[in-house]
Design a protein around this ligand. Structure first.
Ligand SMILES: [Zn+2]
Length: 311
């Protein structure tokens, strides 16, 4: 994959909106075919197209985290119904992006509720309107501001919002008994991240959030990532959460060093930064794009607040 900044800059507003709906199609197409993998204590992952789906198969019904796209949500739902002795109980969205909520419509009639941070329906609606994709959107009906938790049969599932980061409504979902946490797209495991400022994202906020997420987990926690490189995969430990933080911090330091030396904005944006050759990316997700967005975020001083829900 090439690092082509020029094509990114040349993207029209309409195309950009369409990409925001589905920024990871290119990467997703390269991922493994649909499959279920158990991690431990009835918690596992499903890989199809888009953000990694997490699941828990409990006696009170299965819990699903994120829904990818309709095309892969269907085999996922079918597979969960085959594996669950008591149907499905709930779907949880880690954030609003189309490759995590696009399959909500498929799961809607099979679950009792859809849980997400309170900003997720707002951002999802905004994204759908801008992309002309209002039809078929299904939104979370159970929302929370900071934390949410529910005791299940033999498991407790907890969701926590840490502040603006990848979007304005990211939550980490933790199966506490199994000690497996799904970070959604707060972690792109050795992939140049998709950065979405219109969706409430901020690099500076993201750095702080990753530290806090790391501190809330322990050394035994198995962490599920929204996306992972083919080599490094979609699961890991809290150490990988810090790898993502370090990626952004290295970019911030690179920019600050350039500024100190008196380099112009153009010179800094045109500069290269080594050390991430192993990372997967594409024209819209590259070290050059991360440098550009980080420069912008530093100029505006990050994002302090997420959009407030109406009503
Ligand atoms: Zn995302």
């Amino acid at each position: 994959m090439t690092l082509d900044r020029r094509s990114f800059i040349g993207v029209s507003a309409t195309t950009a909106a369409a990409l925001a709906m589905n920024p990871l199609r290119l990467l997703a197409q390269q991922s493994a075919p649909s499959n279920f993998t158990e991690i431990r204590k009835s918690v596992g992952t499903f890989v199809g197209q888009g953000g990694t789906i997490g699941w828990y198969l409990g006696k009170g019904g299965a819990v699903v985290i994120d829904s990818q796209f309709p095309r892969t949500a269907e085999p996922c739902l079918k597979g969960l119904k085959e594996r669950s002795t008591s149907g499905l109980s709930m779907l949880i969205n880690t954030h609003h992006h189309g490759d995590h909520t696009g399959g909500n419509a498929v799961f809607k009639s099979a679950v009792k509720k859809i849980v997400a941070h309170e900003n997720v329906p707002i951002l999802q609606k905004k994204q759908a309107t801008e992309g002309g994709k209002e039809a078929g959107q299904v939104y979370a009906d159970t929302t929370f501001a900071k934390t949410w938790r529910e005791k299940l049969d033999g498991e407790t599932v907890a969701a926590k919002y840490y502040g603006p980061a990848h979007t304005g409504g990211d939550a980490v979902i933790h199966f506490e008994n199994a000690n497996v946490a799904h970070t959604g797209d707060l972690v792109f495991n050795r992939i140049h991240p998709f950065i979405d400022f219109p969706g409430g994202g901020t690099i500076l906020g993201w750095i702080d959030v990753l530290q806090d997420v790391h501190d809330d987990l322990d050394k035994d926690t198995v962490v599920i990532f929204g996306h992972g490189s083919p080599k490094q995969g979609i699961t890991g430990t809290r150490k990988d959460v810090l790898v993502m933080r370090d990626y952004f911090q290295t970019v911030v330091q690179h920019i600050e060093k350039g500024k100190k030396k008196g380099a112009t904005k153009e010179e800094i944006l045109a500069s290269t930064l080594g050390g991430f050759e192993d990372y997967t990316g594409n024209a819209r997700m590259s070290i050059a794009v991360t440098i550009e967005r980080t420069y912008e975020d530093l100029e505006r001083g990050g994002v302090k607040k997420s959009p407030k829900p109406k009503g």
